[in-house]
Design a protein around this ligand. Structure first.
Ligand SMILES: [Zn+2]
Length: 357
């Protein structure tokens, strides 16, 4: 990235913190590092699933850069009136809930630092409780479908082959027998109602994932649940199949109507903030950012609530992609943040014009 003015890091941190907050309603040091591309999301996921014992090893950036970044981050949290909540990252195992460690040493003070996450201070008590509950939920028990030709169970030394299931206990592989999960049956993904009900009726359940090399991520294959639970869930699904089909159709119709209403309101809000933005442009922006399943800022909670900050982000992103050479810069190999820097001036200029009307 080369040498940068000291102000740049601050801005990067603030942008990353905003983006992470938009994406999930809360942000801590780890979410910040992922947004800044100093921690690979795949490493974070592996850590949460128990494959990487301590994250510290895979965090990029010099100690000095990290120290300064965290300083800016805390300043950002204060300026934005964020409320700190201390919630450790945890994962379920067959007998226990395990607290994950970020540092190799397990130093309590540093662990505390990484566990301290922020939620917006203006959130209502009920919303805060909801957000905290979501953050506190331990990672499900995860079972891996082996992708290697041969893995040896670290306890009974059984050989597991490609396609067999294994559980990771403190970065050691265990066969399902040794992990006390052998009484569960595999229910492949594909039928959402059946899966949901089987999980509900099973006292113990696990999620089965497989690492997809091409996409560099874990993909859900199904769940492990008690055989009785599958049977009960199947009966229940057979009993109300017609009803569920009718409901699905009703819901699909309702969703279309909701989406249209959201796009209309969003386009109006954009025009209010940016009187100089042509109305067909405002509509295009709203359509794009509010697209269902897109994961764009218009689909986030602040976006759907038409909060000004979310709409500003949506408009800035639109301008960057449509009105500047940003995409070409990315295509020609520029780093994302460098490319942003190069088009920043142009984006600001257009925003200014639209704001002034
Ligand atoms: Zn074993």
């Amino acid at each position: 990235m080369g040498n940068k003015r000291p102000g740049d890091l601050k801005e990067r941190v603030e942008q990353a913190a905003d983006a992470a907050l938009q994406a999930s309603g809360s942000v801590g040091p780890l979410e910040l590092l992922m947004e800044m591309r100093l921690l690979a999301p795949s490493h974070f996921t592996s850590w949460r699933k128990g494959i990487i014992p301590a994250l510290e090893d895979v965090i990029q950036g010099s100690p000095e850069k990290l120290r300064r970044s965290f300083g800016h981050f805390q300043q950002w949290a204060r300026n934005r009136g964020m409320r700190p909540v201390k919630i450790p990252y945890q994962r379920n195992t067959p007998g226990d809930v395990v607290t994950l460690r970020v540092t190799l040493s397990g130093d309590p003070e540093r662990e505390d630092f990484f566990n301290k996450r922020y939620v917006p201070g203006e959130l209502s008590a009920a919303k805060t409780k909801q957000t905290v509950a979501k953050m506190s939920k331990p990672q499900d028990i995860v079972v891996f479908e082996t992708v290697r030709q041969s893995v040896i169970c670290s306890e009974c030394e059984t050989e597991l082959n490609k396609g067999d299931f294994l559980f990771m206990e403190k970065d050691r592989p265990l066969c399902l027998n040794c992990a006390d999960l052998n009484h569960l049956d595999f229910l492949p993904s594909g039928n959402a109602a059946l899966t949901r009900r089987a999980r509900k009726y099973s006292r113990l359940s696990a999620v089965v994932v497989r690492f997809a090399r091409a996409r560099k991520r874990y993909e859900r294959q199904g769940i492990l649940v008690e055989p009785d639970a599958i049977e009960k869930a199947e009966q229940e699904c057979l009993g109300d199949e017609d009803q569920r089909m009718a409901r699905r159709e009703r819901e699909a119709t309702r969703r279309v109507a909701q989406d249209e209403k959201l796009v209309d309101e969003m386009a109006q809000s954009i025009r209010r903030i940016y009187p100089g933005c042509p109305s067909e442009e405002a509509e295009k922006i709203a359509c794009h950012t509010a697209e269902r399943g897109s994961g764009r800022v218009g689909r986030s909670v602040p976006g759907r609530n038409l909060e000004e900050r979310a709409l500003e982000l949506a408009v800035a992103a639109w301008i960057r992609h449509r009105w500047t050479e940003y995409d070409e810069l990315l295509c020609s190999g520029h780093e994302r943040l460098d490319a942003r820097e190069l088009v920043r001036h142009k984006v600001r200029e257009i925003i200014g014009r639209w704001k002034d009307g």
